[in-house]
Design a protein around this ligand. Structure first.
Ligand SMILES: [Ca+2]
Ligand SMILES: [Ca+2]
Ligand SMILES: [Ca+2]
Length: 327
């Protein structure tokens, strides 16, 4: 592995050497300049040293062997050349440029919600001084999450970030093994990835299923996601767009059960319901009142109400659609 890497790294170095003339004398000179490159370009130097069968201790041997023509090739460094060029040009310029060096500091990119904001600051001469003009470029991260100023793969949700908002425990005219489902909502400001999270109960069925979607299972901010026994609308009661089918690995027991979304060993949300006092029934899903969307509020039976609108024959609920108010 190291050898392959070293060979790959060595090729550009050799090409560079060829372009710069490649005589040992040239390499020697560049090599001594390039010793500063060891601190900034340590990876390149290290791998090239390995391929020329030098001993270990890359940084020190790089400097010491600068007189050696072969290792000099590794230290022909574009940064050394550009530094020299800058020095030359600035020393021959007679006019003082108030923007050189650039006195205007641009802060790094940052996040506003799921939007990456990149400040753009420019220096413009103004009389004998200068002004710093600022602008910004924004980019919605979409299905990526804006994290530390960059669009990156979404993380798993933290506690309370994704909650259960609707459940069909006891479908009518359809098998419970085909037509149970529940609906999740992302209450947070960022997309989150549920792949690798687990569906767990409190021991009724000993359910403990790892969500394995074969890739990211992303729920966008403010969005709903339906998971069901099966993604097949012909079996699940005509529900299109089911994001994940959990099959027999997870059940919503009619007589009382718990649904737990556990991510990275954190209980993101728990709903533990009883058959008495909770507003679900045969062919009736229970939906969380949209005014009470909260991981703690949904622990209470009073925060939920029975669905009234039929989504398939004999069954009421709003899978994939916002719940109506319970008021
Ligand atoms: Ca059931
Ligand atoms: Ca809860
Ligand atoms: Ca719904």
């Amino acid at each position: 592995m190291r050898a392959m890497s070293a060979t790959r790294r060595l090729l550009p170095a050799l090409l560079l050497l060829a372009c710069s003339g490649g005589s040992p004398g040239t390499s020697d000179t560049a090599g001594s300049d390039g010793s500063t490159g060891d601190t900034t370009g340590e990876g390149t130097t290290t791998s090239a040293q390995t391929s020329t069968a030098s001993t270990t201790g890359a940084a020190t041997s790089g400097t010491a062997s600068a007189s050696d023509g072969s290792s000099g090739a590794t230290t022909v460094d574009p940064s050394a050349g550009s530094t020299a060029a800058e020095t030359t040009s600035s020393s021959t310029t007679g006019v003082v440029d108030p923007c050189d060096p650039d006195p205007c500091d641009a802060p790094g990119p940052y996040c506003e919600g799921n939007v990456q904001v990149t400040p753009k600051v420019a220096c413009e001469p103004d009389g004998e001084g200068f002004v710093c003009t600022s602008d910004e470029v924004t980019m919605d991260c979409g299905e990526l999450a804006c994290l530390d100023g960059a669009c990156a793969p979404p993380l798993m949700p933290v506690a309370g970030e994704v909650i259960f908002v609707e459940m069909m425990q006891d479908p009518d005219k359809l098998s419970d093994f085909d037509a149970e489902w529940f609906e999740l909502k992302n209450l947070g400001p960022l997309p989150v990835d549920l792949d690798g999270c687990r569906l767990v109960d409190l021991g009724v069925n000993m359910d403990d299923h790892v969500l394995d979607a074969g890739g990211p299972l992303v729920i966008l901010p403010g969005a709903l996601m339906v998971m069901a026994k099966t993604v097949d609308p012909a079996k699940n009661g005509g529900i299109e767009g089911v994001a994940y089918g959990f099959g027999d690995a997870f059940s919503l027991t009619n007589t009382g059960d718990a649904a737990i979304l556990r991510c990275d060993d954190v209980d993101v949300d728990v709903v533990s319901y009883e058959s008495d006092g909770w507003p679900f029934g045969v062919g009736v899903a229970m939906g969380l009142d949209p005014a009470l969307e909260d991981a703690t509020m949904n622990d209470l039976a009073a925060s939920w109400c029975a669905a009234k609108v039929e989504y398939t024959a004999g069954n009421t609920g709003s899978p994939g659609e916002p719940n109506p108010s319970c008021g």
